[in-house]
Ligand binder design. Structure first.
Ligand code: SF4
Ligand code: MG
Length: 367
């Protein structure tokens, strides 16, 4: 058994000429939160969609716990569907307006049961997923305790009970199950998405900018909720965001993405305390300083130009067109990713020494 909930090895996702993701390797230890940060257009969401196999990668490997799911067909993916869920940025767009909240939240359970029924009916060619009972009631039913109750009716009741539990868990009253998504506020809708994502007790949750479409006033409460749920339920999380203040609060590890590649990754304390890559330093300089007593105020580093096109990324270091400290070598030679410190802190930059020493572009902005 591996100790990782997710392993990405050299993940590549090209859309025709667009090199959205270009060689990302990342591991998420079981039960921990890894934040994937970077500007919009850097390929973060594409990584997330490969992890839940909404996209089939061009190259590389996606491994969930012990299963290589990189090229599985939809049918082959079914047994793995309960292991990984995704919450999208925009709850309005990801909830079917024709369904009640109860139907939305319970849908994953109903689907999995249908698949399980089909695979038992169609014989041993597709073995049913070994799984723990989804509810206590199901456990009893499987043990034959409730066998006098017709199976379908008892399953319907089980789903309703699981939905009520899931809604309570995200801070909504069970009566919300009868409502339609449009009757809810944005924050409530995102809680519904989270309830749906967690109802199958996944081992990994991909949260793709889960608060950035919400009013600022409710962002903190939804982040708090995610943090509490993660601590209580123990799922691993790939937390995709451009908001570094949210990362500092939630993540165990941070991976910084630029133009389809990781430029720096490591434990949260190291990324915030001793960021080595000029791009990470620039991102941090633009984030609100969480504790003014321990960090001096810095002026944001301006990166100037927009993110270059992923169709024809710059040669050498992809960041060289915007890097305030670039040297000649950066235009032609691709920097290798190297370990520079404890906890697997890695960086890809020519100017960073093996001990992590190097320029801090924030000092230049100060002067
Ligand atoms: Fe800047 Fe060169 Fe380092 Fe790239 S390799 S981040 S261009 S100094
Ligand atoms: Mg995105």
């Amino acid at each position: 058994m591996t100790e990782y909930a997710l392993e990405l090895e050299n993940l590549v996702m090209h859309f025709g000429p667009v090199r959205a993701v270009d060689g990302v390797s990342l591991r998420i230890p079981k039960g921990s939160v890894v934040a994937l940060v970077g500007e919009s257009g850097s390929g973060k969401s594409t990584v997330g969609r490969c992890v839940v196999r909404l996209l089939e990668p061009t190259e590389g490997t996606v491994r969930l716990a012990d299963a290589d799911i990189t090229h599985l067909t939809r049918r082959q993916l079914r047994p793995h569907r309960r292991d990984v869920s995704i919450v999208f940025q925009d709850p309005a767009g990801s909830l079917d307006p024709r369904l009640s909240v109860g139907d939305i939240v319970g849908e994953p359970l109903r689907l999995m049961r249908r698949w399980r029924r089909r695979s038992t009916e169609s014989g041993p060619s597709t073995p049913p997923a070994p799984s723990a009972p989804e509810t206590e009631a199901e456990g009893r039913a499987r043990a034959g305790v409730d066998s006098v109750v017709p199976a379908r009716a008892s399953q319907r009741r089980d789903v309703a009970a699981a939905v009520a539990d899931a809604l309570r868990r995200v801070g909504l009253r069970p009566e919300v199950a009868q409502r339609a998504p449009h009757e809810l506020s944005g924050g409530q809708r995102q809680r519904v998405s989270i309830a749906r994502a967690l109802i199958s007790s996944p081992r990994l949750l991909v949260a793709d900018e889960p608060t950035s479409a919400l009013d600022v006033s409710v962002q903190a409460s939804v982040l708090n909720l995610l943090a509490d749920l993660q601590r209580d339920l123990g799922f691993a999380c790939l937390f995709i965001t451009h908001d570094l203040s949210a990362v500092e609060y939630l993540a165990d590890e941070v991976a910084v993405m630029y133009l389809g590649q990781l430029v720096e990754q490591g434990p949260r304390q190291r990324i915030f305390g001793v960021p080595a890559h000029p791009y990470t330093q620039a991102l941090l300089s633009a984030a609100p300083v969480p504790d003014p007593s321990t960090q001096r105020a810095r002026r944001p580093v301006l990166l100037g130009d927009d993110l270059p096109s992923a169709i024809d990324p710059p040669p050498g270091c992809r960041f060289h067109t915007r890097c305030p400290v670039a040297i000649e070598k950066c235009r032609t030679v691709v920097p290798e990713s190297r370990v520079i410190g404890e906890g697997g802190h890695r960086v890809a930059c020519h100017l960073v020494g093996d001990d992590g020493s190097g320029p801090d572009v924030r000092d230049q902005a100060d002067t």
